[in-house]
Design a protein around this ligand. Structure first.
Ligand SMILES: C[S@@+](CC[C@H](N)C(=O)[O-])C[C@H]1O[C@@H](n2cnc3c(N)ncnc32)[C@H](O)[C@@H]1O
Length: 271
């Protein structure tokens, strides 16, 4: 497909706006380096499932929305699909462009996508749908998807069945200390949430798998500090949390694995 086919129309779409929550914008802009260093990739079986279910491969065009530094984007490139990536935060976009030089990277938000109607075959959203205004974003995603096109959502969630990970989650989830609010909870059921909305998508499927991120203590600290609402905290608060994280794993031999449950959701735009 010619890149001009993906250009925004004259309906005002394409202008990034203030919908990116303040915590996301400030947290992800100051924390882009920690993000790239500390955040996990995605398990091969989950990416294969998404590609199979969404028809991502040669001849197809896929939009990786809220692409961040390109952690999922770079796994879509080898499929042979034409990949377009949208990311609103400039600091994340700079790392995205560096990590995925063949990808068409654009500034924009889920609620105002810089793409023409019915211009992509699939849309993926990794670790980001919880930031969106879900109903507005789903209508906008439906606009850019061809009829019958697929939407895939994926999240890595810390696997708190391991006690030290449960304790790490308690440290990170500062909302439970009553100090800061976390934008969503890992328990969110996106099947029920999406199916309750008046949007042109069919039934939502879900598949859970696991992933282990090999790391050392410095990577774990970068992982924690890249959490958006932590990245935007004052330096003293960040240093104090980093010290707590280092103490938590002081007796653990490096390298060690941070375990995740990876949750994949997918659905199709109505024909
Ligand atoms: C946790 S990061 C995930 C990045 C990447 N997809 C990955 O898998 O690593 C969340 C991303 O969502 C982006 N974001 C937040 N609100 C957004 C919105 N309304 N529209 C598009 N992107 C948004 C942030 O800028 C950030 O890059």
């Amino acid at each position: 497909m010619a890149s001009s086919d993906l250009s925004p129309g004259t309906d005002g779409h394409g202008a990034p706006d203030a919908r990116v929550m303040l915590a996301a914008a400030s947290g992800f802009s100051v924390g882009a380096g920690d993000y790239e260093r500390g955040r996990p990739s995605y398990p091969a079986d989950a990416v294969e499932l998404l590609c199979r279910e969404l028809g991502i491969g040669p001849g197809a065009t896929v939009l990786d929305l809220a692409a961040g530094t390109g952690k999922l984007t770079r796994l879509l490139v080898p499929t042979g699909a034409e990949v377009v990536a949208v990311e609103p935060v400039a600091e994340m976009r700079a790392l995205l462009e560096a990590s995925t030089p063949t990808v068409d990277v654009r500034d924009g938000t889920a609620e105002h996508l810089p793409l023409a109607g019915a211009s992509v075959d699939a849309v993926t959203v990794a670790q980001a749908f919880h930031w969106f205004d879900a109903e507005v974003a789903l209508r906008e995603i439906a606009r850019v998807l061809r009829p019958g096109g697929g939407l895939g959502l994926i999240w890595n969630e810390r696997d708190t069945r391991e006690p030290w990970v449960a304790e790490l989650s308690r440290l990170i989830r500062w909302d439970q200390r009553g100090e800061w609010q976390v934008p969503y909870t890992v328990e969110d059921d996106w099947v029920a949430r999406i199916e309750a909305l008046d949007v042109p998508f069919g039934a939502v499927s879900r598949h859970d798998t696991t992933y282990r991120q090999r790391m050392d203590v410095d990577t774990l600290v970068a992982r924690v500090l890249s959490t958006s609402y932590i990245a935007s905290q004052p330096p003293e608060a960040r240093s104090s949390l980093a010290a707590e994280v280092r103490a938590l794993v002081a007796d653990v031999a490096e390298p060690f694995d941070l375990p995740y449950v990876t949750v994949v959701y997918w659905c199709r735009r109505n024909p």
